[in-house]
Design a binder for this molecule. Structure first.
Ligand SMILES: [Zn+2]
Length: 220
């Protein structure tokens, strides 16, 4: 009996070992599958995180501004509105007195075959901030960038009091006749940047600042 029972016990022991090994293999397979799934989930999140929606909503992540859109006052090259396109926020959000002067000037300019196009008008604070960030990268320092781009707090574009006009024949026309409408170039280095100076109708435009850094409004 002894000789029979020993192999029997041995077979039982062997069967138990097989079960243990099978369970361990199954557990290992489940763990491997779980790890693989969490890795692919992580990489899917990483991929989506790198996709910035073109023309998507404006917001700030870690201090950097996402691509501003039409609603921020963005005007794309070749898609410039006239001063009558008030359905575009870059035009429609301008100060009403400035807009009225621009429209009177544009009506008279049209008789001379000159069209007033808006390259930039009202801007959201987010768009202004983005432009300043880009300028710092372009010019290498905040000091040099400030000669060209104001901050969101100081920009006359953000308050709706400034407009960048074009094309070149329009700038020539405005340089000669803008004052009649109270439209004045403010900075010597920005022949395109106009603001309303109502007194200019009688007194002519005030002396220009060489660049925005000379403008006391930019010191705030
Ligand atoms: Zn400007």
């Amino acid at each position: 009996m002894n000789t029979i029972s020993i192999p029997s016990a041995g077979r039982t022991h062997h069967a138990r070992r097989l079960v243990v090994v099978a369970v361990l293999l199954a557990v290992a397979a489940i763990v491997a599958l779980a790890v693989q799934q969490s890795l692919s989930a992580a990489s899917a999140i990483g991929f989506a995180g790198h996709q910035a929606p073109p023309g998507g909503p404006t917001g700030e992540i870690d201090g950097s501004v996402l691509a501003p859109s039409e609603a921020d006052g963005v005007i794309r090259d070749g898609d410039q509105p006239t001063v009558f396109d008030t359905d575009r926020v870059a035009v429609g959000n301008l100060d009403p007195s400035l807009l009225e002067a621009l429209q009177r000037a544009a009506t008279d300019a049209q008789a001379d075959g000159v069209v007033l196009l808006v390259n930039s008008g009202w801007r959201s604070p987010a768009l202004q901030e983005r432009m300043l960030q880009d300028a710092v990268v372009q010019y290498g320092s905040e000091e040099e960038a400030s000669r060209w781009v104001a901050s969101a707090a100081t920009s006359a574009h953000v308050s709706g009091d400034a407009v960048d006009l074009g094309p070149l024949p329009t700038l020539d026309w405005l340089a000669q006749r803008g004052a009649r409408y109270g439209l004045c170039q403010i900075y010597g280095n920005e022949s395109w940047h106009y603001e309303l100076r109502p007194d200019a109708v009688n007194d002519g435009c005030p002396e220009m600042y060489a660049d925005p850094t000379e403008d006391p409004r930019m010191q705030r």
